[in-house]
Write a protein that binds this ligand. Sequence first.
Ligand code: SF4
Length: 409
Amino acid sequence: MNDRKELIKLKCDMLVNGVRLNELRNDLTESQGWEKERAVNFLPAEIKIGNDVFVQVRENPDANFRIRISGKDLVIENKVNDVISSGEFVSLPPFSKSYTNDLTPFEKIVVYNGICNLNFTWNYYCDYFRTGTECRFCNLTPAQDFYPEENISNARKTASQVADVIEKAKKYHTDPKSILTRGTPPDKQGLGGTVQILEELSKRFPYKNDRERTKLLMTISPTKNISDVKLLHDLGLHSVSFNFEVFDKGYWKAIVPGKDENIGRDLWEASLIDAVKHFGQGRVFTAMIAGLEPAKTLLEGVHWCCDRGIIPIIVPFSPETGSQFEGFRSPTYKWMFDTHYRAAEIISEKLPFINTSDYWKYDAPICAECFTGGFLFDIIRENAGLKEPHSCCELSHEVIGMNIPESNV
Ligand code: SF4
């Protein structure tokens, strides 16, 4: 299959229903000479399917599709063993084994999304877990118990560690994209260490105009002081996402009680609107999770955002281990695809700059290729006829074969 529209549908299915990996593990042992133990524990984080579509791997033994090795190639097969698409593991960028100036390995500071994005989690502590008001879908703090071998700890990344990684990435791409997120700190107020990070970035990478700002998207909570929105911009932040998660006000109270109690819905909305005044259209986002509320209210949220110049990032619901929704199911593939498709149409119609290659090339801090857990931007770009590979931001030109150890797993 090489039709990009069909491959985006395949991505949707793989995100909603997962993918089978057991046969792949057998193939790795039998045809690639892997030790059994290594193969059994093998879990790729992401995979590239045909036509430059990148998708997060969510294992499910009952999934519709499976990853296999056929001859020398990685392929995606359906339930009756037909090959549906080619596949490739995603390589880590060439600098991934580097160290920061304080001799911390990069792998303790950053993970990579797709082939173009540096993803920093400032810390894994969110005080809403302590007060029992955590967002019901979130597993940020409990993830430390479930994935002890992963790079997940409460240790905060310092401003210079973050800047060291970006500085190195800039040797491989003139304009690398980064996302930084964090949990809510114990005092639940203020911008915390985000200020130091922005000061360090501005010092290290001075800019003369908005286009030269270090391409960093912060996905954080607004504070109680709305003037902090302008402060973020004044400190040099490129773009910001204050995530609604759910739009309907009743669901908001039930599903994100900490956000509701501490910041409140009115201030959340006002902060988003204010952000557009400072950052401009195309640089203000809010994530909304598809599958936690009716399509009708979700799409009302999409309209609300677009009417105010805010880009909604629709994320398909994936029940996380350790969250209060652990064990739940996503909506059906059809619901998910149709809802995303409608959202994409609304965004393209109301925010036409999103249909231009200039936006994805020069301005967007995220793109279809690094948003591997969602497919909204794949649809928007496909419908707009945008064909440039990787939104023009690729940290590594290598896409590795299965024998190369440095894979993004
Ligand atoms: S604010 Fe909500 S989504 Fe963010 S880390 Fe805390 S519980 Fe998770």
